[in-house]
Design a protein around this ligand. Sequence first.
Ligand SMILES: NC(=O)c1ccc[n+]([C@@H]2O[C@H](COP(=O)([O-])OP(=O)(O)OC[C@H]3O[C@@H](n4cnc5c(N)ncnc54)[C@H](OP(=O)(O)O)[C@@H]3O)[C@@H](O)[C@H]2O)c1
Length: 215
Amino acid sequence: MPRLRVLSFSVSLDGFGAGPRQDLEHPLGVNGPELMEWFFQTRVWQKTHGQPGGETGIDNGIAEHAFDGIGAWILGRNMFGPIRGPWPDDKWKGWWGDEPPYHTPVFVLTHHARPPLRMAGGTEFRFVTEGIHAALEQAKAAAGKLDVRLGGGVSVVRQYLRAGLIDDLHLAMRPILLGAGENLFEGIDLRALGYECVESVAGERATHVTLRKRS
Ligand SMILES: NC(=O)c1ccc[n+]([C@@H]2O[C@H](COP(=O)([O-])OP(=O)(O)OC[C@H]3O[C@@H](n4cnc5c(N)ncnc54)[C@H](OP(=O)(O)O)[C@@H]3O)[C@@H](O)[C@H]2O)c1
C-alpha cells in the first residue's frame, strides 16, 4: 500500500511552517526563509541550484533522500504560487521554472478549477477541486507502488493530519521563533490522533523528528 508521507517539513520552535504575509517577494511569508536554513546550506540544495560546494552531514544526508520512492505529490494552492482567488489566466506555472523538481504528477488542491499543466522533466500539475480525499485517491493511483508525498503548505498538512491520513511525518525542527504565520499544530492534538515520535536526530541546523501513526 502506498503511504502518505510528509518529509523535510520545516517548523519553528513555536510551531510555524510559514511566516505571515505570503506574496511574490515572500513565498514562505515574512521571515519564512529562516525555516529552511538547514536545507539552504546543504550540498543537495547547492547542487540543484547549479552551485558548487555545500555542506555534507546529517542535514544533507536527510535532504538527499527526501525524493526517494515518491510516485506522486500533493500540494496546497498557496504552495504552488502567490495568486489567490480565481486564476486570472493560466500564465502562473509554479515557483520552479520550466522543469520543476518533482518529476511526477503533482495534485494541487484548490477551489478554482484549472486545466492540467505539463512541465519539462515529467512533472504534471493537476488541479483538484474535490477535496483532500479525492486528491489522495488520485495521487495514490498515479503513484502505483510508490509513496505519495504531501509537500505542504501548512493548511493541507493540517487537514490530512486531522483526517488521520498521514502515515509518517518528518519535521525539521528549527531552533528559531517566528511568532506569526501559519501554525502547523494549531487545533491539532497529535497524541489523540494516534501519532507518536519514533525518531529524533540532531542535525547541524535542525532536529529531525519523525512522527508515525500507530497502526
Ligand atoms: N515549512 C515547510 O517545510 C514548508 C513546506 C511547504 C510549504 N511551505 C509554505 O507554506 C505556505 C503555504 O501554506 P498555507 O497553509 O498558506 O497554504 P497551502 O496549504 O499551501 O494552500 C492552502 C490553499 O489551498 C487550497 N486548498 C486547501 N485545502 C483545500 C481543500 N480541501 N479543497 C480545495 N482547496 C483547498 C485553498 O486555496 P483556494 O481556495 O485559493 O483555491 C487554500 O487557501 C507557503 O508559504 C509555503 O512556502 C512551507
